[in-house]
Design a protein around this ligand. Structure first.
Ligand SMILES: CC(C)(COP(=O)(O)OP(=O)(O)OC[C@H]1O[C@@H](n2cnc3c(N)ncnc32)[C@H](O)[C@@H]1OP(=O)(O)O)[C@@H](O)C(=O)NCCC(=O)NCCS
Length: 180
């Protein structure tokens, strides 16, 4: 398991699936804001790749996020779009609603940076998020990500187009032990 100051990132367990399915992927608003595809209900037993890990897919590493104190499941974290030629990847995370706003998201980004830069030897990590996702923007910027651009009206979200912000962090700017 990878550990931060508050959370651990471990493999997906069978017990995680019903909780993640109900609280994250079957929540229309959450899924519509976090996923790049239209929401559709996820049935029990679904093998949707957001939920069930395909170990053969080398471009994605999905983690379940747990509280270090007690081990309770708090969400998902993903390194995706791993490109071993350009040595880059994207970061994604989704926390269960009751666990948001406690500093876990900031800690998850920190641990994903460690995984991407130290474990995988990547050079660049990237995050895309909706322009109104203040928590995600702050969690990224506290870990050193900088805003590199705005993708105007790039996301169709529940009846309107929203801008997305693109943030990046290069390994030479990564300061693993410091957060502003
Ligand atoms: C976005 C998300 C990952 C952030 O994680 P979190 O644990 O809630 O965020 P943190 O508690 O680490 O907060 C980070 C900072 O943002 C601020 N913040 C958090 N939620 C906020 C909100 N809704 N509005 C304004 N600021 C917020 C916190 O106060 C904190 O600021 P600080 O560093 O100055 O103290 C989490 O809320 C989540 O999973 N949301 C739903 C899914 C999602 O949006 N995923 C990202 C898709 S790209």
């Amino acid at each position: 398991m990878l550990t931060g100051s508050k959370v651990g990132l471990r493999a997906r367990h069978d017990d995680d699936l019903p909780i993640l399915r109900t609280e994250l992927f079957n929540d229309v608003v959450n899924a519509a804001r976090a996923d790049g595809s239209p929401w559709r209900p996820m049935a029990p037993g679904s093998t949707d790749p957001r939920l069930v890990v395909d170990d053969k897919n080398q471009s994605v590493v999905p983690f379940s996020v747990v509280e270090l104190a007690g081990g309770m499941l708090v969400g998902t974290a993903t390194l995706w779009g791993i490109d071993n030629h350009h040595r880059s990847a994207h970061i994604g995370l989704g926390l269960l609603p009751a666990t948001r706003g406690k500093g876990y998201g900031t800690d998850v980004v920190s641990v994903l940076c460690y995984y991407g830069f130290a474990v995988r030897g990547l050079h660049r990590l990237q995050i895309e998020t909706l322009v109104d996702n203040a928590g995600m923007l702050r969690a990224a910027e506290r870990n050193g990500f900088v805003r590199e651009g705005v993708l105007r009206s790039s996301a169709w979200v529940l009846g309107e187009f929203l801008d997305e912000v693109l943030l990046g962090l290069l390994v030479e700017d990564w300061q693993p032990d410091e957060r502003d």
